[in-house]
Write a protein that binds this ligand. Structure first.
Ligand code: DP6
Length: 331
């Protein structure tokens, strides 16, 4: 069968996904909105289904996948095999341009690239919408990495998940003035995975239901700001939604704390920067690293230089969605 290679970039949400209504089908409790990042946060994946293989093979960043990674990849390939009605095993080789599980959402680019490469390799003629639905079954945030620019994952209401996919709200070309300055505070693998953490929040947080009510209004404000290409009018909402998600994490039993002292210093410094003019908005995922969306990257970078505990700074542009390549990772 044909070999197929796909590239997908990661995305960082500005209205967060934190909670599932169906854990098996990865159906979320609320819509979420993100920006897709540039090539600095991307995954390239080559897939080939091959009758000579006795089991799936997965090589991630040059190493044979560990047990957990292998299971996740292989379970995902089972979905692809079922859809294509084939039994062949596959070889998967995947390279990230950034550290895995550093709170930089590598599962987003990882499963988006895998969904695109595997569906093409198996001969399924999938649209971007189909790839978005398939990617969702690997990881929720991957649903959004299919498109570039600003993207909304519509939670849908169907029990089979067929209306739970992403749509592009605005292409990357409209956001040339926007950057995400990522401050790496800790590049270690996170202690509580997003998957386990959000399941606990849904089960035990009393605050979670009020989050779901508040998200509706935030989505409206952010959609309209995106339509008007107006970062300033959504900056406060972006920070509010991140704070709200982390408050729900803290309200979980037992509490989940991803942010550390350095993260909190960064939050404070961004608030101070915004006092004269709204130029920045922080958002934190399931880890202590800060994502600071900004229309003035130089000011944000000089602000970050004053804060101790930051290991690395990455300046990301708003990037494109999935693309296919003829440059395969193995021959
Ligand atoms: C905090 O997509 O990693 O980054 O669907 O269980 O694979 P699973 O979770 P995942 O969760 C990401 C959560 C988040 C917020 C977001 O990206 O919206």
């Amino acid at each position: 069968m044909q070999k197929s290679t796909a590239i997908a970039n990661s995305n960082i949400a500005i209205i967060k996904y934190w909670g599932k209504r169906d854990e098996r089908l990865i159906l979320p409790t609320n819509n979420s909105i993100s920006f897709t990042m540039d090539e600095q946060l991307s995954t390239t994946t080559t897939v080939e289904f091959d009758s000579a293989l006795k089991q799936d093979e997965a090589i991630l960043d040059g190493k044979i996948a560990d047990e957990k990674e292998y299971e996740r990849v292989s379970n995902f390939l089972n979905v692809v095999r079922a859809r294509a009605k084939i039994k062949l095993f596959a070889k998967v080789v995947s390279n990230n341009t950034f550290p895995k599980a550093a709170g930089l959402a590598s599962s987003a680019s990882g499963f988006a690239a895998l969904a695109a490469a595997a569906s093409k390799a198996v001969g399924l003629d999938y649209s971007m919408k189909d790839i978005s639905i398939l990617a969702r079954l690997g990881s929720g945030s991957a649903t959004r990495s299919v498109y570039g620019g600003a993207v909304e994952w519509q939670k849908g209401s169907a029990s089979d998940g067929n209306d739970s996919y992403a749509v592009q709200l605005s292409p990357a070309s409209n956001w040339k003035h926007l950057r995400n300055i990522i401050a790496i505070v800790d590049a270690e693998k996170k202690k509580v995975s997003s998957r386990a953490g959000m399941a606990e929040t849904v089960k035990t947080s009393k605050r979670f239901s009020s989050r779901l009510e508040a998200v509706g209004k935030r989505l409206e404000i952010v959609r309209s700001a995106i339509k008007d290409n107006n970062f300033e009018s959504m900056a406060d909402i972006i920070m509010e939604d991140s704070d709200d998600m982390h408050a729900c994490m803290a309200d979980t039993i037992p509490p989940i704390v991803y942010m550390d002292e350095t993260s909190n210093k960064i939050k404070k410094a961004v608030r101070a920067l915004n006092e004269s003019e709204k130029i920045a908005a922080y958002t934190f995922d399931a880890g202590p690293n800060a994502n600071i969306y900004t229309t003035n990257p130089n000011e944000v970078k000089s602000m970050l230089k004053e804060i101790n505990g930051i290991k690395k700074i990455i300046e990301c542009k708003i990037g494109e969605g999935i693309r296919f390549s003829e440059k395969h990772l193995f021959y």
